[in-house]
Write a protein that binds this ligand. Structure first.
Ligand code: HEM
Length: 317
């Protein structure tokens, strides 16, 4: 596999380079895709509507305290897999590359195309990150908790119950690692294929507490493979407002793909406030400037670069 230098602004070309590093026969289930998706989600999921800080812009996870946050354990694997692409293409920001890797992985795994725009900029140093990003720690969800916790965490980002259930379907990909989260195992039999299996299994299998000396989790066995659910996954069928969406997505994969694509696209945009150059500058906490909450962009945009800077005009999306 040889990584190429791609013409500046050619994001379709970068997707091609990301596809080259997806296959990792020695790693987990043979794919870097799941950990790319988790990187994109954790990079974005510390956004707060109230404080208007956090989010993927800046790629703050390269620096402590985010880099050492136990919630992000294992994401260095994803960052390392992407490093050769970054090295060959220093024009792309880490924050654009990480988010683009997440959506490229989903599509390559058979999932939907997720709307995505470039323009994120990176903190240039740990000191810059410390000065600009604010207190963004302790904002990611804890898998050991229940429905109230999930709602609290995701409503801080501006997500509805329906969107929370749609986003959770990403657990069709990948697995839990005892040396990262402490939890263990995949959610589905084929964890490198994006599908609505997660919802089907939640509804149709008998999930029982696993007897082991690790954290409390649920298990079942399908075709000889041990599968798992976190307490937060089970909350989606226990909670009366979440459950109808699990039932809808279990029945209708197209609906799941459509809703997932919009919600994931929205997640990756949180806190990315582009100016008229098409770039999202790193300004001192927007909250301090009294930035109105409706500045948060939603999915369904056009190209932000139309008629703007040279990189913008050249951008191939
Ligand atoms: C209630 C919300 C959530 C909780 C509590 C949660 C928790 C977890 C935990 C504990 C792991 C295992 C980490 C490890 O041991 O390596 C994990 C993995 C994963 N999560 Fe979530 N998650 C949540 C939401 C999401 C969302 C919104 C997405 C993306 C849209 C996502 C995508 C993934 C993926 C793809 C993996 C597998 C990573 C890998 O295989 O390395 N999760 N999650």
């Amino acid at each position: 596999m040889s990584i190429q230098s791609i013409k500046e602004g050619d994001y379709e070309g970068i997707r091609g380079e990301i596809r080259k590093v997806l296959k990792q026969p020695q790693y987990d289930d043979g794919s870097a895709g799941p950990v790319f998706v988790r990187l994109a989600w954790h990079a974005s999921g510390n956004f707060s509507l109230v404080e208007h800080n956090g989010g993927s812009n800046g790629a703050g996870m390269r620096f402590a305290p985010e880099s050492t946050d136990p919630a992000n354990a294992g994401l260095t694997h994803a960052i390392d897999f992407l490093m050769p692409i970054q090295a060959a293409n220093p024009w792309i920001s880490h924050s654009d590359l990480w988010t683009l890797a997440g959506i490229t992985a989903i599509e390559a795994a058979g999932g939907p195309r997720v709307p995505w725009q470039p323009g994120r900029t990176d903190y240039t140093s740990a000191a810059a990150a410390e000065e600009h990003r604010g207190q963004v720690g302790d904002r990611l969800p804890d898998g050991a908790k229940g429905a109230d916790h999930i709602r609290e965490v995701f409503s801080r980002m501006g997500f509805t119950d329906q969107e929370i259930v749609a986003l959770s379907g990403a657990h069709a990909l990948g697995r839990c690692h005892p040396d990262r989260s402490g939890f263990d195992g995949p959610w589905v039999v084929n964890p490198t294929r994006f599908s609505n299996q997660y919802y089907k299994l939640l509804l149709t299998r008998k999930w029982v507490p696993r007897q082991w000396d690790g954290p409390f989790q649920y298990e079942t066995t399908v075709a000889g493979t041990k599968l798992m659910m976190l307490p937060t996954d089970m909350a989606l069928i226990e909670d009366e407002k979440f459950r109808p969406w699990v039932e809808k997505y279990a029945k209708d994969q197209d609906l799941f793909f459509k809703d997932f694509s919009l919600a994931f696209g929205k997640l990756l945009e949180l806190g990315v406030d582009r100016d008229d150059t098409g770039f999202a500058k790193l300004v001192k906490k927007a909250a301090e400037e009294g930035k109105p909450l409706d500045k948060v962009k939603m999915a369904g945009w056009g190209c932000p670069f139309a008629g703007t800077g040279p990189r913008g005009r050249d951008a191939k999306l």
